[in-house]
Structure formats: structure tokens, C-alpha cells
Ligand binder design. Structure first.
Ligand code: NAP
Length: 263
């Protein structure tokens, strides 16, 4: 449905104060597509990840297209937990405030059915879940105080069942989904919105070379769905939306059958 501001003439849009967003995990894939989309919609964005070259190129592209500085970047590893409170302060000061926070960082190591490797599982848990906790605690405290703000967590349909192929990845996303729901329960009463995003397959570095990517969508399409959900203050979305139906079925597959499936 069209929103009232869609009909505003361009000059009126341009004098609206711009919103400010942080995207953690913005150097590629869904995070980079979200950065482009938010900047196109007039947001000023702070983009974080480890790969400095990709972040700089993305900022240059966004700022050149906008004709003004709309994107700034910070090189950051989410497992550097102790740096998060100070970095959040620094970025919020640089942006002049914060309206929207997106935690998107995530990793997935392909693993064979016979491999049991703690080191990889620990790394997945640190990036996908502990890094999220480090950021979301700091951001939630800020928004709780302000009685305003929007938080978005990029989880996954993978968090809904424990699949044979990627146990630690699925567990990290289940934990993130549950944590986001709990944050929503705490923060809604303070006027803070929390959106959980559950992508199915998205064509990014993470899925490169993988087979059987059913209902796969581009990162741009995922970013468009996420942006729409941000505007509408949704609580949980699947992207592509067909995954809502797929997961309804998957959630109800009996364990007797599910544990025999090798995916
Ligand atoms: N693609 C899919 O099919 C799919 C499906 C469901 C959910 N998801 C989720 O969507 C999110 C984005 O993934 P994507 O598909 O867009 O893959 P991607 O292109 O590989 O993006 C992953 C992002 O996470 C960042 N990241 C990884 N390790 C990090 C670290 N230690 N510190 C800071 N940032 C780190 C990467 O930046 P640097 O490497 O530069 O640090 C990159 O920006 C992930 O949470 C993923 O689990 C993806």
C-alpha cells in the first residue's frame, strides 16, 4: 500500500530531516544492498564490517549518487566486543543521533555431515550471536532511555529447526531469533520497535557455489522487503514471503522424518 509520503513532491521530501542508521555487516550481500536502499530513501548511514576496501568503495558509490555525504564507514570486527559501547557513542555523535540499528553480520562454514569442529562452531556463534548481543545490549539501552528507535536483526529460516547440515549456524540463528523476541517484549512498551528478519536463500557470497537454492532472491529484493517492513513497523518477516508457508510445513515435520533428511 502506498504511504502518504510517497506522494510528496521532491522538494518537500528533501527538506524532511534525514533519519540515521547503523548497519553492522554492510560490506557485501544483504547489508550492502540495505545500505544502498536506505541511502536512496534519504537515510544517513554508518556502515561497519572488517573489509575496509569494500566499505570505502560502497561509501564512495552511495555518496557520489546522492551528491552529498550520506554514508560513512568504520572498520570493525564484531568479536571485538569491548569496543562496542565506545564505538556506538562515537558513531551516534558523528550521525547526530540514531533512529535505526541493523545487525546483519553473519557467517556460515560449509561443513560435511561427518565433521564435528568446535573451532568453526565457536566462530559462528561469536559472529552470529555474541557479536549481536554486544551490539544489541548497547543499542537497546540507548533506545530504552530515548523511548524511541528501531532495531532490526537479520536472523534466518535456519533458526527454526536443527538441520543435519549446519548445526551451529542453525543454533546461532535460533538463539538470535529468541533474543530478538525477548528484546521486543521488553522494548515495545518503551516505544521501540524490534524487527526479526528471516531470509530464505539469498544470492550472496554466503550462498555462492551452493546447489538447490530454492526460491532464491537477490540481495536487492531482500533489502526491498526489509525496508518495507521497517516502514510498516513489522515484528517478523520472511523474505521471500513464500518461506512463511515453507517453514509452516517444515516446523510441523515429525522428528521421525526430519532426522532422516540430509540437508
Ligand atoms: N544468503 C542467504 O541465503 C542468507 C539466508 C538467511 C540468512 N542470511 C543472513 O544474512 C546476513 C547477511 O549475509 P549475506 O548473505 O549478505 O552474506 P555476506 O555477503 O557474506 O555478508 C556477511 C556480512 O557479515 C560481515 N561479517 C562477517 N564476519 C564479521 C565480523 N567478524 N565482524 C564484522 N562483520 C562481519 C561481512 O563483512 P566482513 O567480512 O567485511 O567483515 C559481511 O558484510 C547473515 O547474517 C546471514 O546469516 C543469509
Amino acid at each position: 500500500m502506498a504511504q502518504p509520503e510517497d506522494n510528496l513532491p521532491d522538494p518537500v521530501k528533501s527538506i524532511r530531516p534525514s533519519k540515521r542508521a547503523i548497519i553492522v555487516g554492510a560490506s557485501s550481500g544483504i547489508g550492502a544492498a540495505l545500505a544502498r536502499r536506505l541511502a536512496e530513501e534519504g537515510y544517513r548511514v554508518a556502515l561497519l564490517a572488517r573489509r575496509a576496501d569494500l566499505l570505502s568503495a560502497l561509501c564512495e558509490e552511495i555518496n557520489a549518487r546522492a551528491g552529498e555525504i550520506r554514508a560513512i564507514s568504520y572498520v570493525h570486527d564484531v568479536t571485538d566486543y569491548d569496543s562496542v559501547p565506545g564505538l556506538l557513542q562515537e558513531i551516534t555523535a558523528a550521525l547526530g543521533g540514531l533512529d535505526l540499528f541493523i545487525y546483519n553480520s553473519g557467517i556460515l562454514f560449509p561443513s560435511g555431515m561427518k565433521h564435528f569442529e568446535f573451532e568453526k562452531d565457536r566462530r559462528i556463534t561469536e559472529v552470529n550471536y555474541l557479536g549481536a548481543l554486544a551490539w544489541l545490549n548497547s543499542v537497546a539501552a540507548m533506545f530504552h532511555r530515548l523511548k524511541a528507535g528501531q532495531i532490526v536483526g537479520i536472523s534466518s529460516v535456519a533458526g527454526e529447526r536443527g538441520r543435519a547440515g549446519t548445526p551451529a549456524y542453525n543454533a546461532s540463528k535460533a538463539a538470535l531469533t529468541c533474543y530478538l523476541e525477548a528484546l521486543r517484549s521488553r522494548l515495545t512498551r518503551r516505544g521501540v520497535h524490534v524487527l526479526t528478519v528471516k531470509p530464505g536463500y539469498v544470492l550472496t557470497d554466503m550462498t555462492q557455489g551452493r546447489k538447490n537454492l530454492y526460491f532464491a532472491i537477490t540481495a536487492e529484493r531482500a533489502a526491498a522487503d526489509i525496508y518495507k517492513a521497517i516502514r510498516r513497523h513489522k515484528q517478523v518477516i520472511y523474505t521471500a514471503s513464500i518461506w512463511w508457508l515453507v517453514m509452516l510445513v517444515v516446523r510441523n515435520i515429525s522428528s521421525i522424518i526430519f532426522r532422516r533428511l540430509s540437508f
